[in-house]
Structure formats: C-alpha cells, structure tokens
Design a protein around this ligand. Structure first.
Ligand SMILES: [Zn+2]
Length: 407
C-alpha cells in the first residue's frame, strides 16, 4: 500500500473555512507549499512535521485589508512582518502609503523583503500618504492625480496593485469638492479595480467651506460602485458614515444594498456605540481590517499602537458577530476584494498553504473604544501558529499589545 508523503500535517484542530462551508474536526496536510488534503482522517502517510493544534481554531491565513507598512518613507509605517505573519496574518494590504511615484520603493523594500504576502491599494495621488493626514493637504490635491500613471501601475503590477485608495472626508471636500473622487472613479474604472474610500475628517479643513458633517457621505456615494469599500464604517468622526445620526442616510442604506462594502478599518476612531447602531440594522462589516499604523507625530514609533486584527475580531464577536461570519470577514471576503479567492482566504485542496491557528481564551477581556467605552468581550482570539506558503511559523506577537497573550 502506498503512503502519502507530506511536508506538514496539522492535527486535531477545529477547522473553519467559510469558502467551503467547513466547520469541524479535520486534519490538514501540506505539500510543496499547497494544501494537499483536508479530512477527518487522512490516508496513511508520513510527514516531515506533525503539529498538534488540538483545541484550537484552524482558519485560512488571515487577510488584513488595511495596514500601513511603507516604513521610513511614510513616517507611520510599520514593518510588514510585525503586522503580518508575526501577528497571525498571512496577507496584508497597504492602503494608500505609496503612489505611482513611490511604488517601486514599496515593491523593492517591502513586498520583496517580507515573508508576508504584501499587496496594496496605491493612493490616487502621485506620492502616497507620506505623513498620513498630517502632511500638507496639497499632496492630495487634484493636480497630484495622474490617470495615465495610475493606469500604468495597475497594468504593470497586477499581482500587487489590487485597487486604489482615496479620501471622502471634510478636509478634501472643503478644498477641492469632489474633484479627487471623480478622478479616482476614472482610475478605478480604467483599471477595473475597486476603490477604497477613507471616511472621517483627516485633512485640515478650510472652515468657510466645511461641508455639513451629515452631508459628507452623501457627497461621496455618487462616485462609488458595487465592490467599492467604505473604510472606518464604525468611526466616531462627525463626518463619518453615521456621525450623530441615529440611523444611516437612505443613500447609504441603498448603496450598501446595491453592493458597496463596509470595512471596519479599526484604527483610532472605532466606536462601539456607532457599531451598535449599524449592527441593529444588520450592517456588519463585509471585511474586518485593522488600519494598524505607527504614531503620526514621531517617525517609526509603534509605542502608541494598542489594537490589532485579532483584537478587532474579538471585539466584533463581542458586539454580536458570530464566529464563522467574523472568520469570513478576514478570509473569504477580503480574498474576494483582492480577486484572489482561488489562491488565498481558502483551505481548498490545491490552494496556497497559508493558514492561521487561533487559540480562544475563555477568560473575559476588557477592551475600550476611541470614546473610552469599555466592553467585556467573552473571549479572545490569539494566533498561536501561522503556516505561510507551507512553512510553519510561531508568531512573536510583538504588536499584539491589546491581547493578553499567555506566554
Ligand atoms: Zn489607514
């Protein structure tokens, strides 16, 4: 009788893979960097490494759709593998740190040096974010958008460039109206890629032209199409999706019904109260992302970072999202946004062996939001193992300061 030879076998875990509606006790076999088999009982085999993950959750490798990892060029960027594999995340998507003029440095120094799978939504402006929202607003002006350069970028680097980032907030609207959004729409249509739209005041506002906070989202929505994403969906900024409204505007409700997607983009403005108002209407985020970044005022300083993708997952579950839906929001759904769902975000046989193993702690977890509200989460998910392209890694979790990690 022939025996299968595998490189790695993970045994005894509870496998949750929303791409196959799979939830149960399965063993997973990996060979040559791919998922070779997944079964309640694997056929007779030998394996170079067999790792027990009993009592833990085994998911497709997590995908974080919003991070900032263009370190040193942007002063709030962090090292990709700290945010990626070492935080339990196998694919990260940088939102807007580079633009057409700065992409090659991103590709050479970040994409090619990281073990983590790094993709990006370049900013529609030529240079990218550089100093987040703290730099000169002129960087984000319509004069800085070059449609030919964006088209060339998307055409030449299709594996990495998966969409474009643009800002739909009061500072931009007060300076340029919707001009930049209109250009972003043209760039996305030409490249057939989605737009990722920042919401919530970011750039310095020209006060005499400040739009009414309640109207900001309604200026943005006419420029979006199904498949585009609204970032920071539970932000407490007054000009965000909800602001002080008790319920979303009819235009927002309609846009979501037609296929515009909500992304969490946790960041520094996540509000549990706003989340509850939208969740009461069934409006959970399509994707859960972290918006992990360093301090805006001190270059390359991560000391103030106190949130993470796994922490965001645990918070969303505390707010009422069920486990399978939460896992889908960091695996299958972002893979669809990246149009890469046959490759990542799945444990289908033959797909790339990117896997995240999560331990659940039963101890309640006290977490806080941007407005100081405390929430007791019944459990916490924390990464214990990562498989990246077939290689078994133990994440060092240096940036997971929000999670109480058992050492
Ligand atoms: Zn961001």
């Amino acid at each position: 009788m022939t025996r299968e030879n595998y490189d790695l076998v993970l045994t005894g875990g509870r496998v949750i893979d929303p791409s196959q509606s799979l939830d149960g006790p399965y063993d997973i076999a990996i060979r040559a960097g791919k998922i070779a088999a997944i079964a309640a009982e694997l056929p007779p085999h030998t394996a170079k490494i067999t790792q027990s993950v009993a009592g833990q959750l085994v998911c497709p490798g997590l995908i974080d759709l919003h991070v900032h990892v263009y370190e040193w060029v942007t002063d709030f960027g962090l090292w990709a593998d700290d945010v990626g594999v070492n935080a339990g995340v196998t694919t990260i998507v940088d939102q807007g740190s580079c633009g057409p003029l700065t992409f090659l440095g991103f590709q050479a120094n970040i994409v090619r040096s990281a073990q983590t799978d790094v993709r990006c939504f370049p900013s529609v402006n030529l240079a990218g974010a550089l100093k987040g929202g703290m730099g000169t607003p002129a960087l984000h002006s319509p004069e800085m958008v070059d449609l030919a350069a964006l088209a060339a970028l998307a055409r030449e680097y299709p594996e990495v460039v998966r969409g474009f980032k643009v800002h739909g907030e009061s500072g931009a609207l007060s300076r340029w109206g919707t001009q930049v959004l209109e250009l972003a729409r043209q760039a996305a249509d030409a490249a057939q890629l989605p737009l990722y739209v920042h919401t919530g005041e970011l750039f310095a506002v020209v006060e005499e032209n400040r739009p009414h906070p309640d109207q900001v989202i309604d200026y943005v929505l006419p420029h979006l199409k199904p498949g585009d994403l609204l970032a920071h969906c539970y932000s407490c900024r007054p000009d965000g999706l909800m602001g002080d409204r008790p319920t979303p505007s009819p235009a927002l409700t309609q846009a979501i019904a037609e296929g515009v997607r909500l992304d969490l983009g946790h960041g520094i403005n996540f509000s549990f109260a706003i989340a509850r108002r939208l969740i009461a209407l069934g409006l959970f985020p399509y994707t859960i992302s972290s918006d992990v970044h360093g301090d805006f005022t001190q270059p390359h300083n991560d000391a103030t970072l106190d949130y993470s993708l796994c922490g965001a997952l645990s918070k969303l579950m505390a707010l009422g999202m069920d486990l399978t839906a939460a896992i889908a929001a960091v695996t299958l759904h972002p893979a669809r946004v990246l149009q890469a769902e046959t490759e990542i975000g799945t444990l289908q046989t033959g797909s790339r062996a990117d896997i995240t193993v999560l331990a659940t702690s039963a101890a309640p977890w006290r977490c806080r939001d941007a407005q100081g509200e405390q929430l007791i989460a019944p459990q916490q998910l924390s990464p214990t193992w990562v498989v990246k392209s077939g290689q078994l890694l133990q994440p060092h979790r240096r940036l997971l300061r929000d999670l109480v990690t058992a050492s």
